[in-house]
Design a protein around this ligand. Structure first.
Ligand SMILES: *Cc1c(COP(=O)(O)O)cnc(C)c1O
Length: 400
């Protein structure tokens, strides 16, 4: 039998519209009628499957998208949210209560870091931030109160790879939930197959891919998803970061081209990373043999989707980084913008933007140089042409 592949799962979806349309109908309602009063009270108590109650809980359009993403990630179920942070905060607040403890990778998305570092302690949930590539450190940071082990498959912005199988062994041994943010590596890596309990994404990035909305999803067991949607105690139901139905329908349509987009992002990123390395630049990319976890990543990935669309280039100083980024934008080689997964290349200096929540001394300790530019490589048709134009910019600002 062929190995599980998220792209086949997307291909095999078959959702019809109300009138036989090739796209599922969009449910444009916040509330739903019941044929009898008894069904309504049963629904509130969670005793009726397939009945809709109110769209903060579930809507048909959101369920289509959630089902597609659960299929893609190989989990029993999923729930979509209005943003990636909506998914992360809902999942964490469902798993952790006052007095609990999280062990998290120290190189994570700035918003997630700020949530754990500054917000959760107000609710007596503490987090230890560790070097996730050091499994011994991870294990020794676990306390009797630890409930969650948290990481990103490919970390932001340093592109370190988490050994998900190794982490999952530790999580199982200590009865923790392994929660994995897979935003940087959709289709390439399926965390569930490597032992993750919850896989989550910012849909804003590669999955939607058109930089026209924010969105999120968390994928896990049916039991976990139901718990987050419980009308009395569900973190997502009660905090309310619900995705709008119209948007869910739009994200589902974009999801269909994710397999071809991921291949192209990865192909272009590998081309630039290899050539920049040859040119003597300091570049980090999981597809390069020089990357410390290159071999590990190869054992984790579905090879046809490559090593992802993100490349980190260290030009040493923030001044050089800014000069280079402005020049590349003027030459229309990409946009000086945060976020990732767009058809155009996006670049930003991580230390002063998406990771600015992380204090300077901690940035230094984790190896985040002030001149680090994070590139999300676009779908450029002729990447060699792009490379040559970028090279001219690099020569002009004195990086090359
Ligand atoms: C963008 C991002 C998030 C947050 O998602 P939003 O959709 O902006 O709320 C979380 N994790 C990673 C890795 C991200 O890149």
């Amino acid at each position: 039998m062929k190995k599980f592949n998220g792209a086949d799962q997307i291909q095999d979806l078959q959702f019809f519209g109300e009138f036989g349309g090739v796209n599922p109908s969009i449910s444009d309602s916040s509330t739903y009628t019941f044929l009898s009063a008894k069904t309504m009270s049963d629904t509130f108590e969670g005793n009726t499957d397939g009945c809709y109650l109110y769209s903060r809980h579930s809507s048909p359009s959101n369920l289509y998208l959630a089902e597609a993403l659960a299929k893609m990630e190989g989990t029993e179920s999923a729930n979509v949210t209005a943003s990636g942070m909506g998914a992360i905060t809902s999942a964490l607040l469902q798993l952790c209560k006052s007095g609990d403890h999280i062990v998290s990778s120290r190189t994570i998305y700035g918003g997630t870091y700020a949530f754990m570092k500054n917000f959760l302690p107000g609710y007596k949930i503490e987090t230890s931030f560790v070097d996730i590539t050091d499994l011994q450190k991870v294990e020794s940071s676990i306390t009797k109160n630890t409930k969650v082990l948290y990481c990103e498959t490919v970390s932001n912005p340093l592109l370190e790879i988490a050994d998900l199988e190794g982490l999952s062994k530790i999580a199982k041994k200590h009865h923790l939930k392994l929660v994995v943010d897979n935003t940087f590596s959709p289709l390439s890596v399926t965390p569930q197959l490597l032992g993750a309990d919850v896989t989550l994404h910012s849909l804003t990035k590669f999955i939607n891919g058109s930089s026209d909305t924010v969105g999120g999803v968390y994928c896990g067991t049916q039991e976990f998803i139901n718990a987050t949607k419980d009308v009395n105690s569900g973190a997502c139901m009660l905090l309310g970061p619900t995705m709008d139905s119209l948007r869910a329908a739009s994200v589902l349509k974009n999801l269909r081209t994710l397999p071809i987009r991921m291949r192209k992002h990865s192909e272009n990123a590998l081309f630039l990373a290899e050539n920049w390395e040859k040119d003597g630049l300091k570049v980090k990319y999981p597809g390069l043999k020089s990357h410390p976890q290159h071999e590990l990543f190869k054992t984790m990935m579905h090879e046809e989707f490559g090593f992802g669309g993100l490349v980190a280039l260290d030009v040493k100083t923030v001044e050089k980084a800014n000069e280079l980024m402005e020049m590349m934008q003027n030459e229309n080689l990409g946009y000086l913008a945060v976020s990732l997964g767009f058809y155009k290349t996006l670049f930003s200096a991580s230390g002063t933007s998406t990771s600015s929540e992380i204090p300077e001394d901690e940035q230094k300790e984790m190896g985040l140089s002030p001149g680090l530019i994070r590139f999300s490589i676009g779908l450029d048709h002729d990447i060699e042409r792009t490379y040559l134009k970028m090279k001219t910019c690099m020569e002009k600002v004195g990086v090359l």
